[in-house]
Design a protein. Structure first.
Length: 460
């Protein structure tokens, strides 16, 4: 009989439910990231941190997935703080005497990355682009081409910062996960939760269900390098979990709490009464409205749509009991997140102005380019609120007129620096066109009104 290896360990010792004192969940999203935690005491109480980056003053619970590193890849800031520091450095430079010298020192060194998580899903993005362009029929044939390395690879080895400089993807992701870990320990300290050993923490890191195995494996290995795991002999200390599965568990938890509330109000007879009501409904007149059911019951199936910033995950589950569901069909979805609306906005500007203008603005004024994108993202958050308000106003004033015919425009605030840049470029443009005896324009608005876009040439 072979001797027992010194590196072997007792599975039962490390796989017990009570081994971990705290469970920390990291939602590392494309647009926003957040941290939640719970003490493993059986109370099922989850604490959601809203103070990350002083986030309590915002409506959402998560900070932005932006990170700021120095020229050597060392961490500076994460989230909204990263964006604010990156923009503020340029404002500070503009106030200095030797402006150009200071810009050369700072702006060309600091590396700002925004919404970089989708770098792990390059293959799905290309697939979806082919489908959108009407070339979906050849996707399978394209996949079979062994010499098409760009298509076979779904991992970007390098990420481009706002100033155009590149850094290995690994360094960016590890820095972000290190920040999440350090922030979790700050939460424990603030709430006076004593952690004597990192083995007492179980980490749950969420990923889209449609990610490739290679992408999931990279996220796991980078989490280990970030220090989430210090001893690989601790089983299940790091769990890479599908985002829609986490959402399903969260919904089931809310349903369980709702059942408890009903039972408390009705003396423990809530479930039995609903079953009786369900039988009575069969005998009622069909025209009589029925009370909507408040929760799912065993045997029922449902579709769960997780619509995020980078991906849309669609899961189909069947309820087994309070905290058990089974997969009815494999997860589906694609790279259809809200961040792609941002890309179309940039595409619109690229098509609208002469070739190279927008790229030059991004390279020469990366912080102002970042402000431009942030302003657009904020405008998205109020878009439907604008529609509802306007529709209500139109309906009150003249119900016979279609509300959409009276819609007001939804403005996006453009940075002053962007407008000044366009005016300078237009002046140079006019000088060249005047030499060619072509049409010139007095203002940017005049130029824009003459451009064919927004459907006029079939691009949009």
């Amino acid at each position: 009989m072979a001797a027992k290896s010194k590196e072997s360990f007792d599975v039962l010792e490390w796989n017990k439910k009570g081994d971990f004192k705290v469970v920390v969940g990291i939602d590392f999203g494309t647009d926003g990231s957040g941290v939640a935690w719970a003490i493993n005491d059986g109370k099922s109480e989850v604490f959601v941190d809203q103070e990350i980056n002083d986030n309590a003053k915002f409506v959402d619970l998560k900070t932005k997935t932006n990170i700021l590193l120095d020229e050597s890849g060392e961490f500076i800031a994460f989230g909204r703080e990263a964006t604010e520091k990156y923009i503020r450095q340029f404002e500070d430079e503009d106030s200095d005497d030797d402006e150009e010298s200071n810009k050369e020192k700072k702006s060309n060194k600091w590396l700002y990355f925004s919404q970089f998580k989708m770098a792990l899903y390059k293959k799905a993005i290309k697939k979806q682009a082919l489908v959108t362009a009407g070339q979906g029929g050849g996707i399978m044939d394209e996949e079979k081409k062994d010499d098409n390395d760009a298509y076979k690879t779904d991992i970007k080895t390098e990420l481009s910062a706002a100033n155009g400089k590149k850094l290995p993807s690994r360094l960016v992701f590890i820095s972000a996960l290190k920040f999440m870990k350090e922030h979790a320990f700050k939460m424990f300290e603030k709430k006076k939760v004593v952690i004597n050993d990192t083995k007492e923490i179980k980490w749950v890191l969420t990923v889209p269900a449609i990610w490739s195995d290679k992408s999931k494996g990279l996220m796991e290995s980078w989490a280990i390098e970030a220090g989430l795991i210090t001893d690989n002999k601790v089983l299940n200390q790091l769990v890479i979990c599908y985002e829609p599965d986490c959402a399903s568990i969260s919904i089931q938890n809310e349903i369980k709490d709702y059942k408890k509330l009903l039972e408390a109000k009705k003396g423990g007879k809530a479930i039995e009464e609903e079953k009786k009501d369900k039988d009575k409904d069969k005998d009622k007149d069909e025209d009589k409205p029925k009370q909507p059911k408040q929760y799912l019951i065993a045997g029922e199936k449902y579709l769960l749509l997780d619509l995020g910033g980078g991906t849309a995950d669609i899961a189909c589950h069947q309820v087994i009991d309070d905290f058990t569901v089974k997969e009815v069909y494999q997860p589906s979805g694609g790279a259809w997140g809200s961040s792609y609306i941002d890309k179309h906005f940039i595409r619109l500007l690229t098509d609208l102005f002469p070739k190279g203008w927008l790229q030059e603005f991004q390279q020469s004024r990366p912080s102002d380019y970042t402000i431009l994108l942030n302003n657009f993202r904020r405008s998205k958050e109020t878009f439907y609120a604008r529609d509802i308000k306007q529709n209500n106003k139109n309906n009150k004033s003249d119900p016979s007129v279609n509300a959409y015919d009276k819609q007001q425009t939804h403005n996006i605030k453009l940075p002053t620096e962007f407008i000044e840049f366009l005016e300078d470029k237009l002046e140079n443009y006019n000088e060249i066109e005047q030499l060619k005896n072509n049409e010139t324009f007095e203002a940017i608005n005049d130029y824009i009104e003459k451009q064919p876009f927004l459907g006029s040439v079939g691009k949009w």
